[in-house]
Design a protein around this ligand. Structure first.
Ligand code: SF4
Length: 428
């Protein structure tokens, strides 16, 4: 979501006459668009701003802005945390940014917009499109936001306080944006929402929206993220199973395998419900790539709670996971609880859970060796060798091949590691 916000920020500025600097030392304006979901990311973003400030020695006119949900979270206190801030804007202010910048006339000026009201009007602008500048998804893929905010109140999560309540964009706007993107040559669409399963317009729910996006001429692949397990429906899985352009990939955050911890987190499902969902999903969508999020050391997590998580993680066998040690986020319900799992215990549990996920990811990748899979080439690595992505979202290195980004091909999988596959071209 933050990556898409950064694209939208840059797109708005490009359209207003700004140009992208090749590196920060050549810039007149530096925006750090930062996430506040984890403490580590917050420290990293503030550290980066302080480090960039040294550039003012040679460029005293340089303007600095902090944008995104971190700006929303810190509010005007952010001014005391970095040497100089000229702009402070939250995720709701993306489209208002170009106008706000015009109010800045020198390095001592400061402008702020933390109004959470989001602008849901179409996000495309034929004059200056920044979308394809994102290297992680390839030049053929584009993010499309379908909703903003979140109505859940997971105890550890700061997102609903910063991005506000759920607001869905209308299907007309979303479908028009996808049509526009396909006309511009984007063949892969990644639908974004904090919880896509609670997307709703007056007549549409997410399964229908997903099906209609998948049927737009020019769409070759559709992915989406994120799905909350309490809201994932059989209908959605059936749409995934029957839509030929919908990728066999599901990100389904588990967080914990202990019902006691899940209850304390306010997640709204049990470990057994999650296990049954996975069985149903794998039954309906053969070859599904399943990824998740896991937190170790949530307040009150006992050895037994952790053992339940580890057992469930091993039983399910994920393809990969985002795994974190719990850190309290100010303003959340969990921040009121004693952070009582010692840091070294959180770390030990994290290491064990990473070990379990790495093992299952490696095993599941090895099962693909010998198969011929459709890939879209996303880019080249440091050695100049191409890599592509399967429909399931797995990265495949293609050593020795000559293929430009965006190219569709079929490769035989010849090798597997825990994080990626290796292949050779069988059909261009
Ligand atoms: S569903 Fe929970 S974890 Fe996800 S954004 Fe909403 S509150 Fe945060």
């Amino acid at each position: 979501m933050n990556e898409r916000d950064a694209e939208r920020l840059a797109g708005g500025l490009l359209n207003d006459g700004w140009r992208l600097a090749k590196n920060p030392a050549e810039a007149d304006l530096i925006l750090v668009n930062a996430c506040s979901v984890r403490e580590k990311a917050v420290n990293h973003a503030l550290g980066r701003l302080r480090q960039l400030f040294s550039l003012t020695r040679k460029r005293p006119h340089l303007l600095f802005g902090l944008t995104g949900c971190l700006a929303q979270h810190l509010g005007t206190e952010a001014r005391g945390m970095v040497p100089r801030l000229n702009l402070l804007t939250g995720p709701g202010a993306i489209k208002r940014l170009p106008v706000l910048i015009k109010t800045l006339h020198g390095p001592d000026d400061f402008a702020v917009d933390l109004d959470p009201a989001v602008d849901l009007t179409p996000d495309f602008d034929p004059e200056s499109d920044y979308r394809s500048a994102h290297p992680a998804i390839g030049p053929h893929a584009a993010f499309v936001t379908i909703m903003e905010g979140c109505d859940n109140r997971c105890a550890y999560c700061v997102v609903p306080y910063l991005r506000g309540p759920e607001v869905s964009r209308t299907p007309e706007v979303i479908l028009a944006e996808v049509e526009y993107l396909t006309q511009k040559g984007f063949s892969e669409i990644i639908l974004l929402g904090q919880n896509v399963n609670s997307y709703r317009s007056s007549v549409y729910r997410f399964p229908r929206l997903l099906r209609e996006v998948s049927l737009i001429p020019g769409v070759r692949r559709v992915r989406f993220t994120t799905s909350h397990p309490k809201d994932l429906s059989r209908e959605l899985l059936e749409v995934m199973a029957t839509g030929s352009t919908i990728c066999e990939q599901l990100h389904l955050p588990l967080q914990s395998g202990s019902d006691r911890v899940l209850r304390a987190m306010g997640r709204g499902y049990t470990a057994e419900h999650y296990r049954k969902l996975v069985t149903q999903a794998r039954g309906l969508v053969p070859g599904l790539t399943l990824t998740t999020d896991l937190i170790t050391g949530f307040p009150g997590e006992t050895e037994e709670d952790f053992r339940l998580t580890l057992d469930l993680v091993k039983q399910i066998g994920f393809d990969s996971a985002f795994m974190f040690k719990y850190s309290p986020r100010p303003g959340t319900r969990a921040a009121e609880l004693p952070d009582d799992v010692p840091p070294e215990t959180k770390q030990q549990r994290l290491v064990k859970i990473i070990g379990a996920v790495t093992e299952s990811a490696f095993r599941r990748n090895r099962e693909l060796v010998g198969e011929a899979l459709e890939l879209v080439v996303e880019g080249t690595d440091r050695r100049g060798e191409p890599y592509g992505r399967t429909r399931g979202g797995k990265r495949v290195k293609l050593p020795g091949e000559l293929l430009r980004p965006g190219r569709v091909c079929v490769a035989e999988i010849t090798g597997a590691g825990p994080r990626s596959l290796t292949g050779r071209l069988v059909e261009a």
